[in-house]
Design a protein around this ligand. Structure first.
Ligand code: ATP
Ligand code: SF4
Length: 323
């Protein structure tokens, strides 16, 4: 059984009378110890998907339907009490600016102790400190960070603290949403290798949200390519990012220097994302796709299986319809 399975998940923002269809018909499976990269350009719905899975979107802001099965249990059917038992302990998340949630007037160590005591109120002071120091070591932070205030940390140290915090209750699934995006290349590279190391040490499963395909290719085994709220292609990195079958994946890869070699080969994808408040009749990528036909503009392509766990939503792809 998959650790996490999404079945026909839809997330619709409510903005006054307007509806923004930010995630449409998302289906995916994450198996234990997978590292799945969710990639796509800005506005494609990656963060919305992560927040929906974690049930961090209030029903006032968005409607969510479909199924989010964690170990077979539907996350969307749990009440707040049941959810709070699973968050942090089973699934935890690191955002680009997770540290903003910490108070600027209290030391980092004391705040982490407080978080630990939410689930383990009777834990002794030495036990908690040891747990935090062990985590600091895993994310390459010195013990002195315990006594520092958040404003005394560099961007890289902040993200390391955020990652340490997310690991406080030894979760099974770690969601990283653009967690290293704002960092310089060197620090980003260091933190990514620390993440991979801790993933194998702690037998973690990882969902990695990023707009950077090279981060996915270097740190993930599977990838989901999103565009305008829909999943375009998904499968093993060694298939999807090496022999992409979807025209959007092909365009996305051409926009990255590491995939095309010479800088002169770099090409963006002309055009921009469609208006997500209008449900398209055909393929969401049709207006920008160099291969679009009349069929593409009038009929939504179904997800087809084209190889081992490899799926493509394009009329041109040859494979079996997922039904
Ligand atoms: P980025 O990398 O820029 O964060 P993303 O792929 O994570 O992009 P989302 O942030 O999930 O994309 O946004 C998906 C769509 O949902 C966008 O069209 C965005 O404008 C819209 N959206 C996001 N948050 C809200 C909200 N609170 N209310 C209404 N629409 C929203
Ligand atoms: Fe392009 Fe048509 Fe495939 Fe959409 S379905 S990606 S428009 S070829």
């Amino acid at each position: 059984m998959a650790l996490l399975e999404l079945k026909n998940m839809n997330i619709t923002y409510k903005v006054g009378k307007k509806r923004v269809f930010a995630v449409q018909d998302a289906c995916m499976e994450i198996e234990e110890q997978d590292a799945v990269g969710i990639v796509g350009e800005s506005g494609s719905g990656k963060s919305t998907l992560a927040m929906g899975v974690l049930r961090l979107l209030s029903p006032r802001i968005a409607d969510i339907d479909g199924e989010v099965l964690y170990n077979g249990q539907d996350f969307l059917k749990l009440n707040e009490d049941e959810l709070s038992k699973l968050r942090w302990k089973e699934i935890s998340v690191v955002f680009q600016k997770s540290m903003n949630a910490l108070s600027p007037v209290h030391k980092v160590g004391a705040q982490m102790e407080d978080v630990y005591r939410i689930h383990f109120p009777k834990a002794g002071s030495e036990e908690v400190k040891k747990k935090i120091y062990d985590l600091f070591q895993i994310v390459n932070l010195s013990d002195r960070v315990y006594e520092l205030y958040p404003h005394e940390l560099s961007g890289g140290m902040m993200q390391r603290v955020s990652i340490a915090l997310s690991l406080l209750f030894s979760p099974k699934l770690l969601v990283l949403d653009e967690a290293t995006t704002a960092l310089d290349v060197v620090t980003q590279g260091q933190i990514l290798s620390e993440i991979m190391e801790l993933q194998s040490k702690m037998k973690l499963t990882r969902m990695m949200i990023t707009h950077d395909v090279s981060v996915v290719s270097s740190t993930c085994n599977k990838v989901v390519v999103m565009y305008a709220g829909r999943m375009m292609e998904q499968g093993y990195v060694t298939d999807v990012l090496v022999h992409p079958k979807h025209p959007y994946t092909q365009g996305l890869l051409r926009s990255f220097p590491s995939f095309t070699g010479a800088k002169s080969d770099l090409r963006g994808i002309p055009g921009s994302l469609p208006d997500l408040s209008v449900k398209p009749t055909g393929c969401v990528f049709a207006a920008r796709c160099p291969h679009a036909t009349d069929q593409c503009r009038s009929k939504l392509p179904e997800m087809k299986t084209v190889g081992n766990k490899w799926q493509v939503a394009c009329h041109l792809a040859e494979g079996e319809n997922n039904g």
